[in-house]
Design a protein around this ligand. Structure first.
Ligand SMILES: *Cc1c(COP(=O)(O)O)cnc(C)c1O
Length: 226
Protein backbone atom coordinates (compact mmCIF):
# COMPACT_ATOMS: atom_id res chain seq x y z
CA UNK A 1 0.00 0.00 0.00
CA UNK A 2 1.33 3.50 -0.86
CA UNK A 3 1.85 6.04 1.90
CA UNK A 4 -1.13 7.97 0.61
CA UNK A 5 -3.35 4.88 0.69
CA UNK A 6 -2.29 3.94 4.22
CA UNK A 7 -2.62 7.53 5.46
CA UNK A 8 -6.08 7.68 3.92
CA UNK A 9 -7.05 4.43 5.65
CA UNK A 10 -5.82 5.88 8.95
CA UNK A 11 -7.90 9.02 8.49
CA UNK A 12 -10.98 6.90 7.75
CA UNK A 13 -10.38 4.93 10.95
CA UNK A 14 -10.18 8.14 12.95
CA UNK A 15 -13.32 9.47 11.32
CA UNK A 16 -15.15 6.28 12.27
CA UNK A 17 -13.86 6.49 15.85
CA UNK A 18 -14.92 10.13 16.16
CA UNK A 19 -18.37 9.27 14.81
CA UNK A 20 -18.65 6.41 17.30
CA UNK A 21 -17.77 8.76 20.18
CA UNK A 22 -20.38 11.25 19.01
CA UNK A 23 -23.07 8.68 18.16
CA UNK A 24 -23.01 9.74 14.51
CA UNK A 25 -23.26 7.77 11.28
CA UNK A 26 -19.93 7.89 9.40
CA UNK A 27 -21.90 8.09 6.15
CA UNK A 28 -22.89 11.60 7.21
CA UNK A 29 -19.26 12.77 7.08
CA UNK A 30 -17.61 13.50 3.74
CA UNK A 31 -13.84 13.44 3.71
CA UNK A 32 -12.38 15.97 1.28
CA UNK A 33 -8.74 15.21 0.47
CA UNK A 34 -7.06 18.59 0.02
CA UNK A 35 -4.72 18.20 -2.94
CA UNK A 36 -3.39 21.76 -3.19
CA UNK A 37 0.35 21.88 -3.91
CA UNK A 38 0.36 18.19 -4.92
CA UNK A 39 0.59 17.17 -8.56
CA UNK A 40 -1.84 15.04 -10.57
CA UNK A 41 0.10 11.84 -9.88
CA UNK A 42 -0.52 12.23 -6.14
CA UNK A 43 -4.19 12.98 -6.76
CA UNK A 44 -4.33 9.81 -8.85
CA UNK A 45 -2.95 7.83 -5.88
CA UNK A 46 -5.74 9.01 -3.67
CA UNK A 47 -8.29 8.26 -6.39
CA UNK A 48 -6.87 4.74 -6.75
CA UNK A 49 -7.36 4.34 -3.00
CA UNK A 50 -11.06 5.08 -3.49
CA UNK A 51 -11.19 8.81 -2.68
CA UNK A 52 -13.45 10.85 -4.98
CA UNK A 53 -13.88 14.16 -3.13
CA UNK A 54 -10.88 16.47 -3.40
CA UNK A 55 -10.29 20.10 -2.46
CA UNK A 56 -8.32 22.84 -4.16
CA UNK A 57 -7.82 26.46 -3.19
CA UNK A 58 -6.57 27.95 -6.46
CA UNK A 59 -8.32 27.96 -9.82
CA UNK A 60 -5.15 27.91 -11.90
CA UNK A 61 -3.73 24.90 -10.11
CA UNK A 62 -7.02 23.03 -10.29
CA UNK A 63 -7.48 23.83 -13.99
CA UNK A 64 -4.22 22.10 -14.81
CA UNK A 65 -5.08 18.95 -12.82
CA UNK A 66 -8.77 18.38 -13.43
CA UNK A 67 -8.45 17.33 -17.11
CA UNK A 68 -5.79 14.77 -16.16
CA UNK A 69 -7.96 12.96 -13.63
CA UNK A 70 -11.05 10.75 -13.81
CA UNK A 71 -14.25 12.68 -14.37
CA UNK A 72 -15.88 10.84 -11.46
CA UNK A 73 -13.81 12.94 -9.05
CA UNK A 74 -15.67 15.73 -7.26
CA UNK A 75 -13.74 18.97 -6.86
CA UNK A 76 -14.43 21.29 -3.95
CA UNK A 77 -13.32 24.91 -4.12
CA UNK A 78 -12.06 25.77 -0.63
CA UNK A 79 -9.87 28.86 -1.16
CA UNK A 80 -10.57 32.54 -1.31
CA UNK A 81 -12.57 33.19 -4.48
CA UNK A 82 -11.97 36.34 -6.47
CA UNK A 83 -14.84 37.65 -8.53
CA UNK A 84 -12.89 37.39 -11.76
CA UNK A 85 -12.50 33.63 -11.19
CA UNK A 86 -16.16 32.82 -10.55
CA UNK A 87 -17.07 32.20 -14.20
CA UNK A 88 -14.40 29.53 -14.51
CA UNK A 89 -14.81 28.03 -11.05
CA UNK A 90 -18.54 27.32 -11.38
CA UNK A 91 -18.38 24.71 -14.15
CA UNK A 92 -15.34 22.92 -12.70
CA UNK A 93 -16.30 22.47 -9.05
CA UNK A 94 -19.13 20.53 -7.49
CA UNK A 95 -19.26 22.77 -4.40
CA UNK A 96 -17.83 26.12 -3.36
CA UNK A 97 -16.99 26.26 0.36
CA UNK A 98 -15.82 29.85 0.45
CA UNK A 99 -18.56 32.37 -0.32
CA UNK A 100 -17.17 34.97 2.06
CA UNK A 101 -19.14 38.17 1.43
CA UNK A 102 -22.52 39.41 0.30
CA UNK A 103 -20.90 40.99 -2.74
CA UNK A 104 -19.37 37.68 -3.80
CA UNK A 105 -22.65 35.85 -3.18
CA UNK A 106 -24.59 38.31 -5.34
CA UNK A 107 -22.02 38.16 -8.11
CA UNK A 108 -21.87 34.34 -8.05
CA UNK A 109 -25.66 34.25 -8.23
CA UNK A 110 -25.60 36.49 -11.30
CA UNK A 111 -22.95 34.43 -13.08
CA UNK A 112 -24.78 31.20 -12.20
CA UNK A 113 -27.88 32.61 -13.86
CA UNK A 114 -25.91 33.47 -17.00
CA UNK A 115 -24.46 29.95 -17.10
CA UNK A 116 -27.78 28.25 -16.32
CA UNK A 117 -26.44 26.72 -13.10
CA UNK A 118 -27.62 26.22 -9.51
CA UNK A 119 -24.33 25.86 -7.61
CA UNK A 120 -24.12 24.37 -4.13
CA UNK A 121 -22.29 26.78 -1.86
CA UNK A 122 -21.22 27.18 1.76
CA UNK A 123 -21.09 30.58 3.45
CA UNK A 124 -17.68 31.04 5.05
CA UNK A 125 -17.93 32.43 8.57
CA UNK A 126 -15.15 34.35 10.30
CA UNK A 127 -16.53 34.03 13.79
CA UNK A 128 -13.34 35.18 15.49
CA UNK A 129 -13.26 38.21 13.16
CA UNK A 130 -9.59 37.60 12.38
CA UNK A 131 -8.18 40.35 10.15
CA UNK A 132 -6.12 37.83 8.20
CA UNK A 133 -9.09 35.65 7.29
CA UNK A 134 -11.97 35.90 4.88
CA UNK A 135 -15.55 35.27 5.82
CA UNK A 136 -18.74 36.85 7.09
CA UNK A 137 -18.67 38.31 10.57
CA UNK A 138 -21.85 37.55 12.49
CA UNK A 139 -22.98 41.15 11.99
CA UNK A 140 -22.43 40.95 8.22
CA UNK A 141 -24.23 37.64 8.03
CA UNK A 142 -27.28 38.87 9.89
CA UNK A 143 -27.36 42.15 7.96
CA UNK A 144 -27.15 40.30 4.63
CA UNK A 145 -29.38 37.35 5.48
CA UNK A 146 -32.54 38.45 3.68
CA UNK A 147 -30.55 39.30 0.57
CA UNK A 148 -28.77 35.94 0.70
CA UNK A 149 -32.07 34.10 1.01
CA UNK A 150 -33.40 35.91 -2.04
CA UNK A 151 -30.54 34.72 -4.31
CA UNK A 152 -32.48 32.29 -6.44
CA UNK A 153 -29.53 30.59 -8.12
CA UNK A 154 -27.36 29.75 -5.11
CA UNK A 155 -28.19 26.60 -3.26
CA UNK A 156 -26.81 27.50 0.16
CA UNK A 157 -26.06 24.10 1.70
CA UNK A 158 -24.28 25.12 4.89
CA UNK A 159 -21.60 27.03 6.73
CA UNK A 160 -17.82 26.72 6.57
CA UNK A 161 -15.13 27.99 8.89
CA UNK A 162 -11.38 28.02 9.42
CA UNK A 163 -10.96 28.81 13.13
CA UNK A 164 -7.91 30.56 14.58
CA UNK A 165 -4.70 28.49 14.48
CA UNK A 166 -4.10 26.59 17.72
CA UNK A 167 -1.60 24.11 19.13
CA UNK A 168 -4.19 21.84 20.67
CA UNK A 169 -7.22 20.67 18.69
CA UNK A 170 -9.39 21.03 21.80
CA UNK A 171 -9.00 24.79 21.51
CA UNK A 172 -10.90 24.64 18.21
CA UNK A 173 -13.89 22.94 19.81
CA UNK A 174 -15.73 26.12 20.90
CA UNK A 175 -15.48 27.53 17.36
CA UNK A 176 -16.87 24.34 15.87
CA UNK A 177 -19.68 24.24 18.41
CA UNK A 178 -20.44 27.90 17.67
CA UNK A 179 -20.69 27.22 13.94
CA UNK A 180 -23.10 24.36 14.58
CA UNK A 181 -25.22 26.55 16.87
CA UNK A 182 -25.24 29.30 14.25
CA UNK A 183 -26.33 26.79 11.58
CA UNK A 184 -29.13 25.59 13.86
CA UNK A 185 -30.27 29.18 14.57
CA UNK A 186 -30.29 30.14 10.90
CA UNK A 187 -32.09 26.95 9.94
CA UNK A 188 -35.08 28.04 12.01
CA UNK A 189 -35.66 30.98 9.67
CA UNK A 190 -35.41 28.86 6.53
CA UNK A 191 -37.90 26.73 4.62
CA UNK A 192 -35.56 23.72 5.07
CA UNK A 193 -32.68 23.37 7.54
CA UNK A 194 -29.12 23.97 6.35
CA UNK A 195 -27.72 20.44 6.13
CA UNK A 196 -23.95 20.90 6.10
CA UNK A 197 -21.01 22.10 8.19
CA UNK A 198 -17.59 22.27 6.50
CA UNK A 199 -15.09 22.40 9.36
CA UNK A 200 -11.98 20.58 10.55
CA UNK A 201 -8.54 20.14 8.96
CA UNK A 202 -5.65 17.72 9.59
CA UNK A 203 -5.03 18.98 13.12
CA UNK A 204 -8.58 19.03 14.38
CA UNK A 205 -10.99 17.10 12.13
CA UNK A 206 -11.85 14.57 14.85
CA UNK A 207 -12.97 17.33 17.21
CA UNK A 208 -14.90 18.93 14.34
CA UNK A 209 -16.74 15.66 13.71
CA UNK A 210 -17.61 15.37 17.39
CA UNK A 211 -19.16 18.84 17.05
CA UNK A 212 -21.16 18.01 13.94
CA UNK A 213 -18.93 18.49 10.87
CA UNK A 214 -20.38 16.95 7.71
CA UNK A 215 -17.40 17.88 5.51
CA UNK A 216 -13.80 17.73 6.77
CA UNK A 217 -10.99 19.16 4.65
CA UNK A 218 -7.84 17.12 5.24
CA UNK A 219 -4.55 17.68 3.38
CA UNK A 220 -1.30 17.04 5.20
CA UNK A 221 -2.58 14.05 7.23
CA UNK A 222 -3.06 12.27 3.89
CA UNK A 223 -0.32 13.66 1.64
CA UNK A 224 2.35 14.71 4.13
CA UNK A 225 3.60 18.25 4.59
CA UNK A 226 3.43 20.70 1.72
C1 LIG B 1 -5.07 23.81 3.04
C2 LIG B 1 -6.44 23.83 3.56
C3 LIG B 1 -6.96 22.74 4.27
C4 LIG B 1 -6.15 21.49 4.60
O1 LIG B 1 -5.18 21.78 5.56
P1 LIG B 1 -4.32 20.61 6.27
O2 LIG B 1 -3.88 21.22 7.55
O3 LIG B 1 -3.21 20.30 5.33
O4 LIG B 1 -5.23 19.46 6.47
C5 LIG B 1 -8.28 22.83 4.71
N1 LIG B 1 -9.04 23.90 4.45
C6 LIG B 1 -8.57 24.96 3.77
C7 LIG B 1 -9.48 26.12 3.53
C8 LIG B 1 -7.27 24.96 3.31
O5 LIG B 1 -6.82 26.03 2.63
Amino acid sequence: MSDVASNLAGVHERIHAACARAGRDPRDVTLIAVTKNFGPDRVREVFDAGQLDVGENRLQEAESKIPLLPSSMRWHYIGQLQRNKVRKVLPLFSMIHSIDSLRLAEYTNQVAKELGMFPKVFLQINHAEEESKAGFSLAELHAGWDTLMALDRLEIVGLMTVPPAVNDAEESRPWFAALRDLRDDLSRSMPAPLPFLSMGMSGDYEVAIEEGATHVRVGSAIFGSR
